[in-house]
Design a protein. Structure first.
Length: 326
């Protein structure tokens, strides 16, 4: 790997060198990064970290901060070296539950981390302190062999990365791992698959054939772009309709009803077609969109379930003759 302005930062332990990296651009010419990088060796493996600073003085300061973090992570923790990976997984999941993570989030984290735990225990259930970079990438290869898409694998490995970082840096009252075994390893990334998008003609066909309960749900999604959770939590007092359209204030859809990702609420326009569909919906309940009634929810106020709604959408697509309904 080529460097320029590379130098050893005095007083760093382990020794840290800083410099700018040389890389090849798309046209084949060599270019130099505008920011400084650091390189050092831990457990016989060379690591590279972007310091994200432009000046040499700032790079030196960041190098010293880096060694302080490394020192805190590599201090011996003799009383914790025998802890099992399962104990760390249970402690981390307990922390997330205490923080009030959403049910779906907990379901995903539990599935991934318990799968990691079972994979580790099959090979002898050694202390978690013996977990290495090779074990990290070995689990990644296992997910790939299980048929998971690159995007899903990247998502699952990010959860493992979070577990290891928490156990080695943030666990309280004391760290559960003597060091982070994947410190400096690059984040695993993958491009998302292109998502299907209905044409205006397809939207019209779907709405013309949807039953009275599904029609306003699909119409709100099609004409506003609201996410599922936002549609599920949409209430009548969030909607202002006029003769030619109106607006929707989007509050819900996040964990713990904290609101949308970009603030307390956002305003979405309502066109005339959607306004006409919404006017035809009886305002008998606070929620605009609900699932059909059941014995437990006799008045039709049962909250929407994403999986069930997706099944109904696919069934409707098949019913109207869409060739790619799956």
């Amino acid at each position: 790997m080529k460097w320029t302005e590379k130098e050893l930062v005095e007083g760093t332990k382990p020794p840290v060198r800083i410099g700018r990296r040389v890389f090849k651009s798309t046209d084949g010419s060599e270019k130099v990064t505008a920011t400084f990088w650091a390189t050092f060796s831990v457990a016989g493996k060379q690591r590279y970290i972007a310091l994200k600073v432009f000046r040499r003085a700032d790079a030196i300061r960041e190098a010293h901060r880096l060694t302080q973090r490394l020192e805190s992570q590599t201090q011996p923790l003799a009383e914790r070296t025998s802890i099992k990976l399962g104990e760390i997984v249970d402690a981390y999941l307990g922390l997330l539950r205490g923080r009030g993570r959403a049910f779906k989030t907990m379901e995903k984290y539990t599935y991934v981390l318990k799968k990691l735990q079972r994979s580790w225990e099959k090979r002898g259930d050694k202390p978690a302190s013996r977990f290495t970079v090779s074990d990290f990438y070995g689990f990644k290869m296992q997910l790939e062999k299980d048929g998971m898409s690159p995007k899903t694998v990247a998502d699952r490995m990010m959860i493992v990365r979070q577990l290891l970082k928490w156990a080695s840096e943030k666990a309280k009252p004391q760290r559960l791992l003597p060091c982070n075994p994947i410190l400096g390893e690059p984040t695993i990334r993958a491009n998302s698959k292109p998502q299907p998008c209905f044409t205006p003609e397809q939207v019209k066909v779907l709405l013309d054939n949807a039953d009275p309960i599904q029609k306003p749900i699909f119409a709100v999604m099609a004409y506003t772009g609201l996410r599922f959770g936002e549609v599920r939590d949409l209430q009548w007092d969030h909607i202002r309709l006029r003769e030619s359209g109106g607006t929707i204030r989007v509050y819900g859809g996040g964990t713990g009803m904290r609101g949308p990702k970009d603030g307390e609420y956002r305003t979405v326009p309502v066109n005339g077609e959607l306004a006409a569909i919404l006017r035809a919906v009886p305002q008998e309940r606070a929620r605009v969109c609900s699932a059909p009634g059941t014995s437990m929810w006799p008045h039709g106020s049962r909250p929407l379930e994403e999986g069930q709604l997706l099944k109904k959408l696919k069934k409707l697509c098949k019913q109207v003759g869409f060739t790619d309904w799956k």
